[in-house]
Design a protein around this ligand. Structure first.
Ligand code: ADP
Ligand code: MG
Length: 504
């Protein structure tokens, strides 16, 4: 079962980008090897080479000292390698068990005995501690659940080398725990594991060793990670020191700008009310499924609300559609930016400008290309979007950089009054997070009322002036910044039957 994986001097060039440049490191059997680096550093490219999706331009991949060449994904799978990619591949109309068997056991079980296959899947899922209905269609599952399916698929193959590309970016606390247990079991079983994450806590909790990439190059490999301070990793990743990524700055708050009263909808278990002042950043915390996004969809007119009033600058307003919300200067940057978001064939500049474009229409007919270019350049610089040019097609950017471009689209809207950000930094690296927080503070300083939904507790605590906690479809309470400890927020967020210890 044991295998050692060696990358030897790997190079890969894309038009205009050197994605990997002389990368060498080893991953041992029985080791979880972390891979860290800013968005666009080359991490996913390396895993795609391992997974047989890309061919390296130079260098070698060795398994147990033997050079291997993967002409296709199938060849990599056949060699006992499982790569769980950042962008999920799944068939939405198949069920969980069909999806799992698709990649897992086509030869041994085939499609003949569906009942036996299903029983097998149910048994394995239970053994893994994963709570999923084998008969559920993939399109009905949450992103987190689809991610679990993908991970289970690799595990069912009994791969010897398993590489996970940002697997937890959309998992809940509990799902993350399940995943961690799976990873630890695999490690104990002497598999070799690569684990990509932007979350420092996870890297330290799970990994034995860690390699840092920057701009396609290996900066360092730490074989005894436990002895290495976090600041070292951050500095290696960004190439400069960042002392406090939240860099919170207090600002004077004005009158109530945005007020939501007794809003009701199908996804809520009680009417919800909250207020945001001019210049205020209100963090919405809750476990996945607590109803935060659902509430904001009602407020924003994306879903139909049953009751309730919305007031902007003291005036009751109607928000029956997202168009109406935008006309009032209320924008929502959705959580699922990929699905609701990118126009894959369009350029980075076009993607950034899609929604504010109408403001650049001269005489309603012609696009002001110059303005469009300026906006694009401004955000490419501000958020350090890694792209050879604004004219690059967005689908060629790394996942995190696509996210940044899509986030820019909302931030580029002029005349914003209320900005609702749903998980604005999910999947985004430390350096860029820092920049995004700065953009949020700037918006607040301009007088915007800001709602920030986040599942990352340190982020909510670090950035918000006030924290509203939701639990099981209702607002469970709120805490001002100076009263908001990790403990206080979690005890509001957890279902009453749970204990804090269980989730921590
Ligand atoms: N198929 C591709 N075509 C062109 N450029 C690409 C392609 N895949 C990745 N890149 C570029 O290679 C660099 C590394 O990307 P990636 O490996 O996805 O980074 P990471 O996973 O570390 O965020 C980025 O600049 C990205 O835009
Ligand atoms: Mg990536």
């Amino acid at each position: 079962m044991s295998a050692t994986l060696r990358f030897d001097n790997i190079g890969k060039v894309f038009p205009g980008v050197r994605a990997l440049d002389g990368v060498s490191f080893d991953v041992n059997a029985g080791e979880v090897h972390g891979l860290m680096g800013e968005n666009g550093a080359g991490k996913s490219t390396l895993l795609k080479i391992l997974g047989g999706e890309y061919q390296p331009d130079s260098g070698r991949v060795l398994i147990d000292d033997k050079e291997v060449h993967f002409a296709s994904a199938a060849a990599s799978i056949a060699s006992g390698i499982a790569v769980i990619h950042q962008e999920l591949q799944y068939v939405p109309d198949l069920t969980v068990s069909e999806n799992l068997l698709l990649g897992a056991l086509p030869n041994r079980l085939g499609w003949v005995d569906k009942r036996a296959a299903k029983a097998h899947v149910r048994e394995r899922l239970t053994a893994m501690g994963v709570d999923l209905d084998p008969n559920a269609k993939l399109r009905k599952l949450s992103i987190a659940q689809r991610q679990m399916v993908e991970i289970c698929k690799a595990l069912l193959r009994n791969a010897r080398v398993i590489a996970l590309d940002e697997p937890t970016s959309s998992l809940s606390h509990r799902e993350t725990e399940v995943l961690f247990k799976l990873v630890r079991d695999l490690k104990a079983d002497n598999r070799a594991l690569i684990y990509i994450s932007h979350r420092m806590d996870e890297i330290y909790e799970l990994c034995d060793a860690c390699t840092i990439f920057r701009d396609g190059r290996k900066i360092a490999s730490h074989l005894a990670l436990a002895d290495v301070p976090r600041e070292t990793l951050v500095q290696e990743m960004v190439g400069r020191e960042i002392s406090d990524i939240y860099n919170y700055r207090a600002r004077p708050l004005g009158e109530v700008r945005f007020s939501v009263k007794d809003v009701q909808g199908d996804a809520l278990s009680a009417p919800a009310s909250f207020e945001v002042k001019r210049g205020e950043i209100v963090g919405f915390f809750g476990l996945v499924g607590a109803g935060r996004s659902e509430l904001m969809h009602l407020v924003y007119g994306a879903d139909k609300k049953k009751d309730g009033t919305i007031t902007l600058d003291g005036q009751a307003i109607r928000v029956r559609s997202t168009g109406e919300a935008i006309r009032h200067g209320i924008v929502l940057c959705p959580e699922d930016r990929k699905e609701e978001g990118i126009v894959a064939m369009a350029t980075v500049a076009e993607n950034i400008n899609i929604s504010c474009r109408r403001h650049y229409l001269r005489g309603g007919l012609f696009l002001d290309r110059k303005k469009e270019a300026q906006t694009a350049e401004r955000f490419i610089q501000l958020l350090k979007i890694k792209t050879p040019s604004r004219k690059q097609r967005i689908r060629f950017l790394s996942g995190g950089n696509q996210q940044k471009a899509i986030l820019s689209r909302w931030l580029a809207e002029p005349d914003l009054k209320v900005v609702i950000l749903d998980e604005p930094t999910r999947g985004i690296d430390v350096g860029a997070k820092h920049e995004i927080y700065n953009v949020i503070y700037q918006l607040a300083e301009r007088g915007c009322a800001i709602v920030m939904i986040s599942s990352e507790l340190p982020e909510v605590l670090g950035v918000s002036d006030r924290i509203v906690v939701m639990r099981q479809g209702r607002i469970a309470g709120e805490l001002p910044r100076d009263k908001a400890s990790e403990q206080a927020v979690l005890s509001l967020a957890l279902p009453q039957s749970d204990s804090v210890a269980e989730a921590a």
